[in-house]
Write a protein that binds this ligand. Structure first.
Ligand SMILES: [Zn+2]
Length: 331
């Protein structure tokens, strides 16, 4: 396996201290059929239920990623990323995160005895910061938002490996498992629609690459908050509006690094992007709770998006998967 630049195709080894190409291109992963994944580090990641759930006459399938060991889907990416990092002999990592990725990577790093530092925006959820620190990771709080946390960590890497869930393709490699698992759970068939809350696009791109391997695509519908919707603007060709703070903190990403990849994934799947009001997200969260499903705000956004998208109804034979990305106890 090796990384290669999306633009100039230059190759870099997996243990490279470069996290993007000198030409400014993002890394992608090249994998040979002989490349065996490493599975030494585990904290109990598992197949999550695909739970039937209805709202009025609309029926959905909730993919319960909130049941992963640290409470979010990010454990899939962290599992593969940390296993490979440990295999490469790397013992010190840094990353930036608004919470869930930081908690996942810190947990797996703890299991692998890897020294871990997470840069977080200072307005990140206190519960998520507490979880990251509980795993023994150091945290550095950075004022003025998620983008500043990203630039701060890059300036302070020193001899540490940048274990980023946005820059490092090994994280996306791990995310593919959710596509393969959903396919198996549906009797080796592909769902008609998958709704995805989108910030940095780790879940959307992981699903896209996974279904690409399977050879058939569901329609992907990305969901963003109207207060911070760069993919919605890019996909629909709208002018960029100032970004505001949304209650769905995990998708509060103003300038996602892999925006072009995301637009391509939506177009290639004949999908769409919807933006919802924060009030609709709150209503969806309350509804899920009233039915026994306790989720973080970002997870509720997928239900809000699906209800808006199928406002005029949905054919009964459409199978629509809504990933429940994070547990409500996190905030
Ligand atoms: Zn390049």
């Amino acid at each position: 396996m090796y990384f290669y630049c999306e633009k100039c195709k230059k190759q870099y080894p997996l243990n490279s201290r470069s996290y993007m190409c000198e030409c400014g291109g993002m890394f992608h992963l090249h994998k040979d059929s002989k490349d065996e994944p490493v599975h030494e580090i585990t904290i109990g990641e598992h197949e999550t239920p695909l739970l039937p759930f209805s709202v009025g006459n609309l029926d959905f399938l909730l993919k319960m990623e909130s049941m992963q060991p640290t409470g979010s889907f990010k454990d899939r990416g962290a599992y593969t990323l940390i296993n490979e990092i440990q295999h490469l002999g790397i013992d010190k990592i840094m990353l930036d995160s608004a919470g869930n990725a930081g908690a996942s990577i810190a947990a797996y790093a703890a299991a692998a005895k890897i020294d871990c530092t997470v840069y977080v925006p200072d307005d990140a959820s206190p519960e998520k910061i507490e979880q990251i620190e509980a795993y023994g990771a150091k945290t550095v709080k950075v004022p003025n938002g998620r983008m500043k946390a990203c630039s701060a960590v890059k300036q302070n890497l020193g001899d540490a490996y940048y274990a980023s869930h946005v820059y490092n393709p090994l994280f996306f490699e791990g995310m593919k498992s959710i596509a393969h698992e959903t396919y198996r759970q549906l009797g080796n068939t592909v769902p008609d629609y998958v709704f995805v809350p989108v910030g940095n696009g780790t879940l959307l791109l992981g699903l896209y690459y996974g279904f690409e391997e399977i050879g058939r695509m569901p329609h992907f519908v990305a969901v963003q908050s109207k207060k911070c919707d760069p993919l919605y603007e890019a996909f629909h060709g709208l002018p960029e509006q100032p970004k505001r703070t949304t209650i769905a903190d995990a998708i509060r990403i103003e300038k996602p690094k892999r925006l072009h990849d995301m637009v391509r994934a939506i177009k290639n799947s004949d999908g769409d992007v919807v933006a919802v009001e924060d009030t609709e997200i709150v209503r969806a969260k309350k509804y899920l709770s009233s039915r026994g499903i306790y989720v973080e705000m970002t997870s509720a956004a997928v239900l809000a998006g699906a209800l808006a998208y199928f406002q005029a109804g949905k054919p009964d034979n459409y199978r629509v998967v809504l990933p429940i990305t994070g547990h409500g106890l996190k905030r």
